[in-house]
Design a protein around this ligand. Structure first.
Ligand SMILES: Nc1ncnc2c1ncn2[C@@H]1O[C@H](COP(=O)(O)OP(=O)(O)OP(=O)(O)O)[C@@H](O)[C@H]1O
Ligand code: SF4
Ligand SMILES: [Mg+2]
Length: 317
């Protein structure tokens, strides 16, 4: 098992109180597994990704554990986590493409990053060129500034940079959202190839776009308001979702479920609860068409069939 997250609670401290961004998140990631992570804006996807690599100074680790390759990660100890960053876990942050330093040539930027991680660039120069070629880039991009590259090229550079040290786990946070559909597809294919070649062992692929996830992910985890709603093999999430929230999300996909007259994505009615003072019980109950009295208790996440987890009182087989 690459990753084992157990009852993880991470809150943001704000002047108005604690934002319960991750409130008891548990899941496993098998060796080789690519997991899509989906859910509406604000459900905690980025917070989960960051928690596994670096808590920013407003994030507090309240409870729970994270194990990587059988070793417990010191997630609340920023210095102790240095040993793992890039070497064992790497994150492609949301908006990474636009965050590339415009005043540095790509090659220099990569060398600086490697030195900061205690790696001599020369030891890895050949591998770097090989991997750039593998994702369809001419190694001469090393001599260019970010502004000279297209969005898709930048994204491939970011991907190569973040996986050069062969981390066990790669977290890609909306890594392809800004790209057009065909570029998205080829970047996603490169990511799968990196897994197949063993450059990374497992991957969490954060996205709003469940249909994209379906093409590449082995499993999909759906989060709702700081908690896991459902996790299952990708085909099960698309064809046989059990949690009412997942059903609504899938139903809102134009290619798969119902569409509006214009064929546009309708989205699902209502909004998620605020996480400053989250409601008790099931967090989906205000929007759930089948909510009943028992839903005022928090439903546990249970394995309803092998590899299929859901947190709803009314799922089960
Ligand atoms: N620095 C912060 N301070 C306070 N609250 C925050 C902070 N960052 C995020 N949050 C809150 O934490 C919750 C989870 O946010 P997060 O960014 O993890 O969501 P997300 O699922 O990645 O959303 P998106 O799809 O929009 O990227 C939200 O309620 C958000 O408002
Ligand atoms: S626990 Fe209740 S409110 Fe929550 S999703 Fe299930 S049926 Fe709906
Ligand atoms: Mg996010």
């Amino acid at each position: 098992m690459t990753l084992r997250v157990n009852d993880l609670k991470v809150y943001y401290q704000t002047l108005r109180g604690d934002v319960h961004a991750l409130d008891g998140v548990s899941f496993d990631l098998a060796d080789g597994e690519i997991m899509g992570l989906a859910g509406e804006s604000g459900c905690g996807k980025t917070t989960l990704g960051k928690s596994l690599i670096r808590l920013d100074n407003r994030m507090r680790h309240i409870d729970g554990t994270v194990e990587l390759d059988g070793e417990k990660l010191p997630i609340s100890d920023d210095d102790a986590m240095n040993r793992y960053r890039y070497h064992e876990i790497s994150l492609i942050p949301q908006y990474a493409m636009s965050a590339l330093n415009p005043t540095r040539k790509i090659g220099r930027m990569i060398n600086e990053l490697l030195k900061a991680r205690g790696v001599k660039p020369a030891t890895i120069a050949d591998e770097l060129r090989r991997r750039l070629e593998l994702v369809g880039l001419d190694p001469e991009v090393l001599d260019r500034f970010p502004i000279e590259l297209s969005g898709g090229m930048k994204q491939r550079v970011v991907m190569v940079m973040s996986t050069l040290l062969d981390p066990s786990l790669l977290i890609a946070d909306e890594a392809t959202s800004a790209l057009d559909v065909s570029t998205q597809r080829s970047v996603v294919e490169s990511m799968v190839e990196f897994r197949d070649r063993g450059f990374i062992k497992s991957m969490i692929f954060v996205t709003h776009d469940i249909s994209l996830v379906y093409q590449m992910a082995d499993t999909v985890m759906v989060m709702y308001a700081g908690r896991v709603a459902e996790k299952a093999p990708a085909a099960t999430i698309i064809n046989d979702p059990q949690h009412p929230y997942t059903k609504m999300l899938i139903g809102a996909l134009p290619e798969v479920g119902s569409t509006t007259d214009e064929g546009r994505l309708e989205g699902i009615p209502g909004t998620p609860p605020g996480l400053l003072n989250p409601p008790t019980g099931c967090r989906f109950k205000a929007r759930c068409p089948i909510a009943s009295e028992e839903c005022s208790e928090t439903p546990p996440l249970v394995e309803i069939e092998p590899g299929h987890w859901a947190a709803c009182w009314k799922t089960g087989r």
